[in-house]
Structures are given as structure tokens and as C-alpha cells.
Design a protein around this ligand. Sequence first.
Ligand code: NAD
Length: 367
Amino acid sequence: MSRKILILPGDGIGPEVMVHAVRVLELARDRYGFDLEVEHALVGGAAIDAHGEPLPEATLKLAKAADAVLLGAVGGPKWDALPTAQRPERGLLGLRSGLELFANLRPAILFPQLAQASSLKPELVAGLDILILRELTGGIYFGEPRGIDVDPGGNRRGFNTYVYSEPEIRRIARLGFELAGARGKRLCSVDKANVLEVTALWREIVEDEGRNFPDIDLSHMYVDNAAMQLVRAPKQFDVIVTGNMFGDILSDVAAMLTGSLGMLPSAALDASSKGMYEPVHGSAPDIAGQNLANPLATLLSIAMMFRYTFAEAHLAASLEGAVGDVLDAGLRTRDIAQGSVDGIDVVGTDAMADAVIAGFGRRLEAA
Ligand code: NAD
């Protein structure tokens, strides 16, 4: 069965790293028989330049028809003066809502070889492997009513609505239990149930859904404590599930524990595990076109795609293993070379990707 994968290179360093993503896919096809069709389309600034809008209808149509979407990054100074509704980043939001991607998976993994890059003590973070599952299409970012009006006293006031329905909570909770089941079997649900009714309901539904997953160790934590625990002892967590706003904040905290934006993949999934996979970083206009971008976040995003959309755990593990191998061999792009010691070889985007792809090929052949 042929899988359709849509490649959206985007802007800045996006196209530079996405070239290598296609090579990884072709290798999986040629050496492992992973049958696929690759298509390309424009999004973000590149689409604005070509078609006058960040998410052309044709791109959305291809994305809807694909089994998975791989996105580079969008944005850059060239488009910064445009009104918010026409900016490149709108393309991303349009894809998320158009594809109904309700679940955002952000792993925070610290390869032991990079423990020096973290702002925390190496022993607190070496070997860190946690997964933050954030609800992506509900909560206070989307609730109605919202706006700014004037109260009877003539004072302006701003307001948003924090709302979650039971089905919305249940489907993200269920995914949290399933993800924990495939990992360390521990799920921590983060809320503010002592203050907000909406998250009291969240806690009740998560608890109820947990009865279907008796082998998962479920715990609950208030968001303020979770923020503190993430920087105090992050390795205590396995999977964290939380709402849109808390997840937005906590996933950035977790990301920075690893100290390396160029290493972090992410996925946004719909109800049938179709996904859009992208590195957490942006288009890095300051280094675009200079062979300086770290391609590993994008390559690790492909590993997530293999695992979560296509259930190809072996391909995922081989690619992640190949990344570990090149780090063991001392290869570093400039962004992850700080604080390193002897035996480190600072390389560019292409050399780093070449090394991972060669190692991926070797691992597939050895299988
Ligand atoms: P950024 O993530 O692009 O860059 C922040 C810093 O990290 C820069 O110094 C950059 O050089 C560095 N960096 C990022 N990725 C790197 C990589 N792979 N290898 C080496 N260094 C890397 O964030 P920014 O500068 O705030 O934003 C730049 C543009 O990207 C903006 O237009 C912003 O809106 C957009 N953006 C897009 C996405 C996305 O497409 N998902 C996410 C964030 C920002």
C-alpha cells in the first residue's frame, strides 16, 4: 500500500533541511520497501510570493489527501510587515484547523551526548525522555465569547472563555493513555482543578477514562507545581497530558531543558493518527542559506511520522539510532557544539544529514 507524504518545505532553513528529509524517505523505500509517493507544495512566505496567500487551496487539498505532512518552517523578515491575517504563520494555523489536528505531541529528549547544552545540571537532564501531549484545537485559545469591550463604567475590559467539552477531554485523555502504554506506562494529567471548573471537569473525565487503562499509572498535578517540577526533577515524568494553554507553556519549558532548538521534533495528529510533523524551531532567517542549520529536528520528526502515523517502529528506531550514532561519533552542528570538549567535529547541515542518512542505511541493511 502506497503512502502519500506531502512535503511543505516553507521558508528560511525549511527547504535546506527538507531536501534531506526526502532522501531519508527514499532510502526507507529503496532499502526497506516502505512504499511511498512524495508530493511537494508551497506554504508560508513561499506561497505568499507565488500565489498571494500563505495557504493556497491547492496546498490544503493535497494535505487533506495525504497520509502525512512533513513541514519545514515558515516565516521571515520579508513578510513581517504584512497584516496578521496574511502572514506566513497563518498557513500553519490553517493546516492545523483544516486537518483537525487536535493533538500535539512534543517529546523532550536529551541525547546523553548533549547534556552539556542544557541550562540545568547535566545529571538532572542526561537521558531525559518525556512526552508532552497538548490539546491543540480547544480551550481558551478558541473559546467564545472573546474580545475587548467597554464596561458600564467606561473602562475597557478583555475577556476569553476557557471551555472544554467532555468528548474533547475524553479523546485527548484516551490518546494520552495509549501513548503512555507504548512507553513508560505513566501518565500525569496537568490542570488547575482547585480554581477552574473547566479543569475540574477535565480531571473527572481523565480519571474516568483511566478506568479503561488499568495498567497505566495515572497522576494529577496542578499546573504551577508541574512547571516547578519540570525544572526541579524533569525525569520524574513519562507522558504529560494537558490543555491547550498549559501545554503551550509547559512544552516550551520542557523544550528548553534540552537546550537545543535544533534537536526537537513535534507532531500534530488527528483522530485517525494522520499527522503533520515538523521541527519545533522556526525558519531561522539569521542562518538561512549558509549550511549552518541543524537538520536533526527535522530528521527526528520523520522518525515520529514512522512511529505514530505508519506504526513502523523499526524505521523510527533505526533513524533515531542513526542520530545517536553521529552524536557518539562527535559530529555537531554549530548550535549544539557549545560547551563541548575534545573529539568534537563541527559540521554543516549537509555533512550532518549525510552522516545520519548513511547510518540509517547501514542500520536498515543490518536488520
Ligand atoms: P527560530 O526558531 O527560527 O530561531 C531562533 C534561534 O534559533 C535563531 O538564532 C536560529 O538561528 C536558531 N535556530 C533555529 N533552528 C535552528 C536549527 N535547526 N539549527 C541551528 N539553529 C537554529 O525562531 P525566530 O527567530 O523567533 O523566528 C524566525 C521566523 O520563524 C519568524 O518568522 C517566526 O514567526 C517563524 N517561526 C516559525 C515556526 C514554524 O514554522 N513552526 C516556529 C517558530 C517561529
